[in-house]
Design a protein around this ligand. Structure first.
Ligand code: ZN
Length: 244
């Protein structure tokens, strides 16, 4: 079975559909695990939620999904994110909001714990350092953990002696799903922040027990034009082409 690992779509339909097409061309996917933040920032929240619902999905909530569902106050967001969220909540219909409201913050699938931020703080923690990872290995019971939120591909592996190694997780350097525990972030579909503007996702192949990262070019201009027309904050429009 081949499982797509997708995080931080952020209402970017052009990026989301480019990822699905890329996965199709690589042999297709049987399931999709979504690691939070389907909505906000981008111009297509409704279509992105509806596309997730059409796929065989296991989904956890991100902080932006919870805010769109009214579960997190807007004052906890920066002004651009809050302005985009006000627009987003106006677009969503009742069934979209009900789906987002019903998402859980933590879900276990097989040997994996799925969260958005970190297993210690699923809503807010940006898990980006070895020190954080070392502590966070104590906050989930499965062997492996999948995260999103920081919008960059990341991989932390726990060694036999308990020490934690940062592994450079790239398109040419996949991760074996074996004896080592790890925390892995497949990067962001809809708003990458690692300096590479291409959409990012990963595939877990349960036969080969490998997780591989893929980067997919998409029509950034289409997304940007829709954002301008929707009067979304210009900083959010500009950052897409920089991948920052
Ligand atoms: Zn996000």
């Amino acid at each position: 079975m081949r499982i797509g690992l997708l995080a931080d779509i952020h209402a970017n339909l052009a990026a989301f559909t480019a990822v699905l097409k890329d996965a199709e061309q690589r042999g297709g996917l049987d399931e999709y695990w979504f690691l939070g933040d389907i909505v906000n920032y981008g111009p297509d929240p409704v279509k992105c939620v509806e596309l997730v619902l059409r796929l065989k999905n296991t989904s956890v909530s991100g902080n932006h999904d919870l805010a769109a569902a009214g579960k997190i106050p807007l004052k906890l967001f920066n002004p651009d994110a809050a302005a985009a969220m006000e627009w987003t909540t106006r677009q969503l219909n009742a069934s979209d909001t009900a789906f987002l409201t019903g998402l859980s913050q933590v879900t276990v699938r097989d040997e994996f714990t799925l969260v958005h931020g970190s297993p210690r703080d699923p809503d807010w923690e940006y898990l980006v350092s070895k020190g954080q990872a070392r502590e966070c290995f104590g906050y989930f019971k499965t062997r492996y953990c999948l995260i999103g939120h920081s919008h960059e591909p990341l991989l932390f592996r726990q060694e036999e002696d308990g020490s934690v190694t940062y592994v450079n997780f790239t398109e040419t350097n996949g991760q074996v799903v074996g004896k080592h525990r790890f925390i892995l972030n497949p990067g962001s579909v809809g708003q990458p922040r690692d300096g590479d503007p291409r959409a990012s996702y990963a595939v877990y192949d349960t036969q080969s027990r490998m997780i591989k990262l893929f980067r997919v070019p998409y029509d950034i201009g289409t997304t940007q034009l829709k954002m301008v027309k929707a009067n979304l904050p210009m900083r959010l429009v500009a950052r897409l082409e920089k991948g920052l």
